[in-house]
Design a protein around this ligand. Structure first.
Ligand SMILES: [Zn+2]
Length: 89
């Protein structure tokens, strides 16, 4: 995996994972640690990328209300993904 900070290809996989379960890597050039979401718009979200994209897909494709999406994701164990008429994941 290329380093998102310096684009070096020499990286080493780390044993530690992020709280969401993403594998971490250390760049052998700049020594920074990163994961697959580092440097992307999804980096600081509290939910897995696939869940965020699924909410967006269902919202746009099936025109589901935010209340419907909240109920669907609550049943799947993602509490608080949709709240106060805003997507927060
Ligand atoms: Zn680097």
């Amino acid at each position: 995996m290329n380093c998102p900070h310096c684009a070096l290809t020499a990286t080493k996989e780390q044993t530690k994972q992020t709280s969401l379960g993403y594998q971490t890597f250390r760049c052998l050039g700049c020594k920074r640690i990163f994961n697959e979401r580092t440097g992307t718009p999804f980096n600081f979200l509290e939910y897995p990328t696939e869940i965020v994209l699924l909410v967006l897909l269902w919202r746009l494709r099936y025109a589901l209300s935010l209340r419907d999406l909240a109920e669907m994701f609550l049943e799947r164990g993602f509490e608080g993904c949709v709240a106060r008429n805003k997507l927060i994941c």
